[in-house]
Design a protein around this ligand. Structure first.
Ligand code: ADP
Ligand code: MG
Length: 698
């Protein structure tokens, strides 16, 4: 039997394959491109392309595709076969360096938010050699960035790579000031923990809401939800275990470091976490993971739901973005070190993150904003929509000591200016308070917990990298000019703590009092919905920072704001239309039939004995009849609200109408239908209930 070590990365053109298939010269020049971003000349590209093609064909591949991440949030691919006709009527298999480096998919059908002027419909994809090529479904997939011919990014990867470069540039300046001359670059790494639901495919197929929108739009609360806490870390059911086993195998073949799997809090909810890796690779891997999760589920008669809130009343699904920064030599800059200098450096990077998160709370909120995630953030399960940082008691005490110029009690003192020569190793604070925080320090990394389960992790990391790069830039500008480095450093750390401590919150993030304190006393931002936060992407300070760091141009930001709002509106409109259809064609008729059945029962009984009161039947028919009237009325109102969207002036106006009218009417329609469900015989109900869906996989 093949063991994991035998087949791990089997479908990846990784370093092992490169070494084995490329000449020493080609290999070293490719490595230089990968590690240092050096330009690749066409002869090297040709040699790499040939080796890739031969390797791919030996693994059964017939096609190649540039694999990219347009702003739809999912990945895109367009397959070309390797075949080229030969004069003798047969074919030969060809793949050139040019085809490897650049592709020209038609960009016109991808969202571009007005970036692609009509005279320039074409876009192009450009190879990202830092993420290995891989084979999927008999196609050699080449990870690429996607741009318009005008040079505008039409994807999530381009700005992500730019943000990683910005972070590296500024972090290196800081490291040089601390006397580190050996690090060539600094990289951010991410380990995304992915939550998901698994439900039975046959049941899924009977629910138009799940099929069209990925979440249930109706469904009365089942007798049992997650109140017993008996699912979290519970024994994995055999069908789910078989699924996880095959999923792991497929991910491992693709070189994805799937590591941890367990049941989550809600019934039918699970989690998968890989070992962390460089951010752009982690992003590619997470996209692939989500795709493979769904594909393998289908093979097991299951459906993997990645929606943030598939079921009301039980937890939704998020994605924890574990983020750290380290040098190419492997030094984690968020890990306290052994020497006073290393510790001062750690504190400076820590402060850079604190400042970044405070200065750009809004961008972090924006980076996770979708219609789906709006149901989750602040719903007493996920972190609130208010961004704050959890540091834990120990680290907090260190910062307080610095701020007040008092000695830190926990450390042995051989005083340098900072007063914290020897920092303790910060064990992760694993208290409940930590888990409720949107942004928690967990020992040597930060865990950003606001991402929705279906989000690409690119957006959050673009903002995080850029904001931290900006703090570091401000620090470096100042420190490079300082006469006395140590004094300037000390002052800067103190000032950061003073100016930004209002973002630090070590209490319970689910507490209602916290939201009050955060917004009223501390002045933190609370953007509850996508519609509230998204326009702030274009606030002057945000545009200034993101363009200044070279991550986005103004046009790219405007287009992204439009696309995100458009996406929000479309998602909700599809949901509303699905509700209308289900209410009219499934729910109302079912309630009607059942009411008729109950009425018939009363009539039959009365025929037997005219003195029977039949008050049960009469009352029930009355109640059901009132409910069908309500359902019909709500459907009409919702339809009207949907029609009113057509006259909205622009996407902003449309999104406001949705937030203020459509969503409320959807809730009202749902309430009437859910009540009807509790009164209607199960045999009459037109689709599987919450109890069926949540407890149906054995
Ligand atoms: P949990 O949060 O579920 O208790 P862990 O903290 O052990 O789990 O790990 C969560 C994720 O954090 C994993 O994907 C892991 O690889 C990742 N991780 C661990 N160390 C780092 C680091 N230095 N940088 C980024 N991610 C990390
Ligand atoms: Mg976690």
């Amino acid at each position: 039997m093949k063991t994991v070590t035998d087949y791990f990365g089997d479908l990846v053109f990784d370093d092992r394959v490169m070494k084995a298939t490329l000449s020493a010269k080609v290999y070293s020049s490719l490595r230089k491109t990968i590690d240092e971003g050096c330009e690749l000349d066409i002869s090297v590209a040709n040699a790499v392309a040939t080796a890739m093609k031969d390797w791919a064909i030996s693994k059964g591949a017939t096609h190649f595709t540039h694999w990219f991440q347009p702003l739809t949030g999912i990945t895109a691919e367009k397959h070309d076969s390797f075949i080229t006709p030969s004069p003798d009527g047969g074919v030969i298999m060809e793949f050139s360096g040019k085809e490897l480096i650049k592709g020209e998919p038609d960009a016109s059908s991808f969202p571009n938010g007005g970036l692609r002027a009509t005279f320039e419909a074409r876009g192009y994809t450009a190879w990202d050699p830092t993420s290995y090529a891989f084979i999927k479904d008999n196609s050699l997939c080449i990870p690429t960035a996607f741009c318009s011919y005008g040079g505008y990014a039409l994807d999530k990867k381009t700005p992500l790579l730019r943000s990683m470069e910005a972070l590296s540039r500024q972090a290196i300046r800081i490291l040089r000031l601390f006397g580190n001359d050996s690090a060539k670059c600094v990289r951010s790494s991410v380990g995304p923990e992915q939550e998901y639901f698994l439900i039975d495919k046959e049941m899924y197929d009977q629910r138009p809401d799940l099929c069209f929108t990925g979440r249930t739009l109706f469904g009365a609360k089942p007798p049992k939800g997650q109140e017993m806490d008996d699912h979290y870390f519970g024994v994995i059911k055999p069908r789910v275990a078989a699924y996880m086993e095959e999923l792991n195998e497929e991910l491992w073949k693709l070189g994805i470091l799937a590591k941890t799997e367990h049941n989550e809090v809600a019934p039918a909810q699970h989690e998968l976490a890989p070992i962390y890796t460089t951010t752009n690779i982690a992003t590619d891997h997470n996209q692939l993971t989500m795709e493979i999760m769904q594909k393998i589920a289908a093979k097991h008669g299951l459906v993997c739901l990645l929606h943030e809130k598939p079921f009301a009343g039980v937890n939704g699904s998020g994605k924890h973005n574990n983020w750290s920064i380290s040098t190419d030599k492997g030094q984690n800059l968020l890990s306290p070190g052994e020497t006073p200098y290393e510790n001062a450096q750690f504190l400076l990077f820590l402060c850079a993150v604190i400042k970044a998160v405070d200065d750009y709370q809004d961008l972090l909120r924006i980076s996770v904003a979708t219609a789906g995630n709006d149901h989750r953030l602040g719903a007493n399960e996920a972190p609130p929509a208010v961004v704050s940082i959890f540091l834990g008691d120990e680290l907090n005490a260190v910062l307080e000591a610095i701020e007040n110029d008092t000695p830190y009690q926990g450390a042995k003192k051989t005083k340098m200016k900072l007063g914290v020569d020897v920092l303790p190793k910060f064990n992760r604070d694993n208290t409940d308070r930590n888990r409720t925080s949107p942004f928690a320090f967990t020992g040597n990394k930060f865990e950003f917990r606001m991402l929705g389960s279906s989000n690409s992790i690119a957006c959050a990391n673009i903002m995080l990298n850029s904001a931290v790069a900006e703090s570091l830039k401000i620090y470096a500008d100042r420190l490079e000019q300082a006469q006395d480095f140590e004094t300037a450093l000390h002052e800067m750390i103190r000032k950061t703590i003073k100016d930004h401590k209002h973002i630090i919150f070590n209490g319970n993030g689910y507490d209602d009092n916290w939201i009050k304190e955060a917004t009223e006393k501390r002045g933190l931002i609370n953007y509850r919905t996508t519609v509230d936060c998204m326009p702030h992407l274009l606030d002057e300070k945000n545009v200034k920072m993101l363009t200044g760091q070279g991550v986005f141009s103004i046009a790219e930001l405007q287009s992204r704001c439009d696309i995100m709002l458009d996406n929000y509106c479309k998602s909700v409109i599809i949901e509303a239309n699905t509700m209308v259809t289900m209410a009219k064609t499934q729910i109302a008729p079912a309630v009607e039939s059942y009411a008729a059945h109950v009425a018939d029962a009363a009539i039959s009984k009365k025929a037997l004995d005219a003195n029977l009161a039949c008050s049960y039947e009469t009352n029930l028919v009355r109640t059901l009849s009132t409910l069908t009237d309500t359902i019909a009325a709500k459907v009409n109102l919702l339809n009207e609200a949907l029609r009113s969207l057509e006259t909205a002036e622009d996407i902003f106006a449309e999104s406001f109408l949705i937030r203020d009218h459509v969503l409320g009417l959807m809730n009202e329609l749902r309430a009437a239908c859910d009540e009807a469900e509790t009164l209607t015989a199960k045999s009459y109900w037109p689709f599987p209930t919450y109890a069926d869906l949540l407890f149906g996989v054995k």
